[in-house]
Design a protein around this ligand. Structure first.
Ligand code: COI
Length: 361
């Protein structure tokens, strides 16, 4: 496979203050682009990051055929950058695309394209532990056609952004509230896809939550409004007694890749793990009895984020976690240890990219 690379003649890197990174605000010098038409994808092309031009009839803007992934590239040393669970992200991208009636991405193009992009922009990968280069692959309907049916043309891009912690709280516990009036996903809907519209629909409830002093919404199921699902930007875990409990997947919860890693590690540590329905009443009850030890979220952007407070229907529970509980801390240290190449990667989760071996232009 040939990857055409056009390098920028004016790097922006010296304008960036790597000590003050806001999530998703600045982007590296290059992006990857692929075009789908007549039933197949073009070869990947890497070009300077910059505007892309479409007419107002761009299909994705009207009907939301748009899906994305969230990954990170981690600095190991001057010669190596690690990507994490690349195959899982590739598979999830395709599952999302299929749900939105969009084409599968080619695996070799996805992997090679990402490798070359990260190699080319390796200086953008922050060196500080905890910081990373956020990698955002996304696909959208690029046909200039507003009939309400699946488009025939698509674009795929990968852009990257150096990031610090996702939440302003850092390791200070986030505060969650359930929502009385809104739901994130319904059975048979698009909740398990990483579809752009799932996020757009969550912004109004999130804004209301933030106006009331909460960081995010803790989504409950749409039917009974009783069972905990996820946070939208991360999956949720409860340490109840000695058991790690997380809502089961099944169509309305995003199958998080950090979620999968947390479950695998917990099982290896001999912790009892349950993927099942968890009612909000159970969360409040086990808090009352003292069995609820820790609550944390897990996601690519958020990594492991301790939850210190949950509000539901006028009642609030707070966890006595000054920063992060010992279980969540161990999980954070282990996952980031593997990601940054400091701990042995027994699972083959990391995908090392050797820098200094860029393909020629
Ligand atoms: C991620 O964790 O990568 C996400 O996609 C969540 C959010 C930033 C939208």
């Amino acid at each position: 496979m040939k990857i055409k690379i056009t390098k920028t003649d004016q790097s922006k890197i010296s304008d960036i203050d790597f000590e003050k990174l806001e999530f998703g605000r600045v982007f590296s010098d290059h992006m990857l682009e692929m075009v789908y038409q007549d039933g197949s994808w073009s070869e990947p092309e890497i070009k300077p990051y910059g505007p892309i031009s479409f007419e107002p009839s761009l299909h994705a803007l009207h009907y939301g055929q748009s899906v994305f992934e969230g990954m990170k590239a981690y600095y190991v040393d001057d010669k190596q950058i690690n990507l994490f669970r690349l195959d899982d992200h590739y598979e999830r991208l395709n599952n999302s695309a299929r749900r939105l009636s969009m084409p599968d991405m080619d695996k070799e193009a996805f992997i090679r394209g990402l490798e070359e992009l990260v190699k080319l922009d390796h200086e953008w990968v922050p060196k500080k532990h905890g910081h990373a280069l956020y990698v955002r692959p996304f696909m959208f309907a690029s046909e200039q056609y507003i009939a309400a049916k699946a488009a025939k043309k698509y674009r795929f891009y990968v852009i990257t952004s150096p990031v610090a912690a996702y939440y302003n709280e850092g390791f200070n516990p986030v505060k969650l509230t359930t929502s009385e009036n809104f739901v994130r996903a319904v059975p048979g809907g698009t909740g398990e896809a990483k579809a752009a519209g799932n996020y757009g629909g969550s912004f109004l409830p999130a804004k209301k939550a933030q106006e009331n002093g909460y960081t995010q919404v803790l989504w409950l199921d749409a039917i009974e409004h009783k069972y905990v699902e996820e946070v939208g930007t991360m999956n949720i875990f409860f340490l109840i007694g000695d058991t790690l409990v997380t809502p089961k997947l099944g169509g309305t919860v995003l199958p998080g890749i950090t979620r999968r890693s947390v479950l695998a590690l917990a099982k290896e540590w001999g912790v009892k793990v349950e993927e099942r329905r968890v009612s909000i009443d159970e969360v409040f009850e086990t808090h009352k009895t003292g069995e609820l030890k820790e609550i944390f979220g897990a996601g690519t952007a958020a990594v492991i984020a301790p939850v210190g407070l949950i509000h539901h229907n006028g009642n609030t529970i707070t966890l006595d976690q000054e920063k992060i509980g010992p279980f969540a801390k161990k999980m954070f240290d282990t996952i980031t240890g593997i990601q940054y190449g400091k701990l042995e990667d027994k699972h083959g989760w990391t995908h090392p990219v050797q820098v200094g071996s860029e393909v020629s232009v």
